[in-house]
Design a protein around this ligand. Structure first.
Ligand SMILES: Nc1ncnc2c1ncn2[C@@H]1O[C@H](COP(=O)(O)OP(=O)(O)OP(=O)(O)O)[C@@H](O)[C@H]1O
Ligand SMILES: [Mg+2]
Length: 461
């Protein structure tokens, strides 16, 4: 597997080379086509000039050209790599570069040498074009102009092309260096934090989620990754604590009633205590407590395993709350807590009445347990859009911000309620939370330590 670093750098270089190759081929192609038309244009102009010179220098009195002038025009043409042959109006050659060795020998030799020196790059053939020569609209003869169609460049052209190629080469080399540096820099920027993350994550897993990733990245995606990992680490750390606490709590909750029972029974068996009604009742209370705990654990396990039936039926919220209220009324009165309910009449809901009943009983018994004498507990029920809202509010001891996220975890009890002799086991709210899910509802809690708590249930109608 190749490394991200080398992969990104190589991609950068590859893309750049591809772009350069395209740019160079395109500019060479453009240069060649422009150059070709430029050469053709130049050739046409030269030929037009010869025709014009012949027309202007025709002696209209003698009706022929002066031999000396023809020699000049012919030689001049040869210097431009053009071989000309001139005919008079009767079609007889009056000047022929190839048959004029006496006057043009050297020039022809030079022209031919010039042409042949490029013949290795010549793809062209010898072309001859014929042009009529008119003087004042009268045909006086014609000129045949021959040349080699050449794709070769002159020394000047070659120099220009070489300079251009050198420029391309320099640009390519320079860009290559820049691309390599940029590629290395960018890939380092990306791959460094990734390797750092990998390294840190493996360290975190070894340290059992005690550490956190404490570096920052200016790349948005990497920064989000760091944050997600930190959130995950926090969640795992919480989970680990909860699991540890769960095991201790189960042991603790079971041990207390069992050891109380054991010591009481031992004392009675050994005759240290006489079995009195109070002592037997105290043992009985512990047995009841154990039974409740086991029953709650069983209920929770059933909910977890889907081992339950749901019966959705229409019923009145008011009637359900009134029944529960009446069951609790006496206890609240005994503890001197102001207990009331305020539920709109006629709210019908399709849900599981038993399960909603269990939820409310758990919340109300918590409110009872965690509210001191002289306090107030209130149940409210009303409809809001497509939902039914039920609120259980107390002026009790409240729950601190640090405990609030955990109260629905099983066996979780705040330290304050643990030290008190309220006698719970920290399962009630876990049952509530599982039951709420079964009813497709939602529960929210807000609380302030020393002031009280409010549990708000939202259920679909
Ligand atoms: N109304 C409340 N006011 C203050 N604290 C509360 C209230 N309801 C719950 N809590 C806190 O949340 C913890 C968990 O509640 P939960 O009902 O799950 O357990 P419990 O009441 O202690 O025991 P159980 O319900 O199993 O008999 C409680 O121990 C208590 O610390
Ligand atoms: Mg409870």
């Amino acid at each position: 597997m190749s490394k991200l670093f080398s992969k990104i750098t190589a991609s950068f270089i590859l893309i750049l080379m591809l772009m350069l190759a395209i740019a160079v081929s395109l500019s060479n192609f453009m240069l060649e086509t422009t150059f070709k038309s430029y050469v053709e244009d130049l050739q046409d102009k030269k030929m037009a000039f010869i025709v014009k010179s012949l027309s202007l220098n025709y002696d209209t009195r003698l009706l022929k050209w002066d031999r000396g002038i023809l020699d000049l025009i012919g030689k001049d043409a040869l210097e431009n790599n053009l071989l000309i042959r001139i005919k008079d109006d009767r079609g007889i050659y009056v000047w022929d570069a190839l048959n004029n060795n006496a006057t043009c020998g050297d020039a022809i030799k030079k022209t031919l040498e010039n042409i042949y020196s490029r013949s290795s790059v010549l793809t062209g053939k010898y072309v001859e074009k014929s042009f009529p020569i008119n003087v004042m609209d009268m045909y006086v003869g014609s000129v045949e102009i021959g040349y080699y169609v050449s794709k070769s460049y002159s020394d000047d052209d070659k120099g220009l092309i070489n300079r251009l190629n050198l420029m391309y080469f320099l640009i390519s080399a320079f860009s290559l260096i820049i691309a390599t540096i940029a590629g290395m820099f960018i890939s380092r920027e990306i791959s460094m934090p990734i390797s750092k993350v990998t390294e840190a994550v493996s360290k975190i897993s070894k340290s059992e989620f005690k550490d956190k990733l404490d570096f920052k990245s200016n790349i948005f995606e990497i920064e989000s990754l760091l944050q997600s990992i930190n959130n995950l680490v926090m969640a795992l750390d919480n989970d680990k604590h909860l699991r540890k606490r769960l095991a201790t709590d189960v042991a603790h909750e079971l041990r207390t009633p069992v050891s109380v029972l054991q010591s009481h029974l031992e004392a009675m068996i050994e005759g240290v205590w006489k079995p009195s009604k109070e002592r037997l009742e105290s043992c009985y209370d512990e047995v009841i407590r154990l039974g409740k705990l086991v029953e709650n654990l069983k209920r929770l396990a059933d909910l977890d395993n889907g081992n339950f039936t749901v019966l959705f039926k229409e019923f009145s919220i008011h009637d359900l709350i009134k029944t529960i209220y009446l069951n609790f009324e006496a206890d609240f009165k005994k503890k001197n807590i102001d207990f009331s309910y305020d539920v709109s009449y006629g709210i019908e809901i399709i849900s599981d009445k038993d399960k909603l009943g269990q939820i409310l009983v758990n919340l109300i018994s918590n409110a009872y347990k965690y509210t001191n004498a002289g306090g107030r507990v209130e149940i409210k029920g009303f409809k809001q859009e497509d939902a039914v809202i039920i609120i259980v509010k107390d002026t009790g001891v409240g729950i601190s911000e640090k405990d609030l996220p955990f109260i629905f975890e099983r066996f979780y009890r705040t330290d304050a309620s643990r030290t008190k002799t309220t006698g719970g086991s920290g399962i009630g709210l876990s049952v509530v939370s599982s039951l709420i899910k079964v009813l497709n509802g939602n529960i929210e809690v807000s609380s302030q330590i020393g002031k009280g708590s409010e549990f708000k249930i939202t259920l679909p109608v």
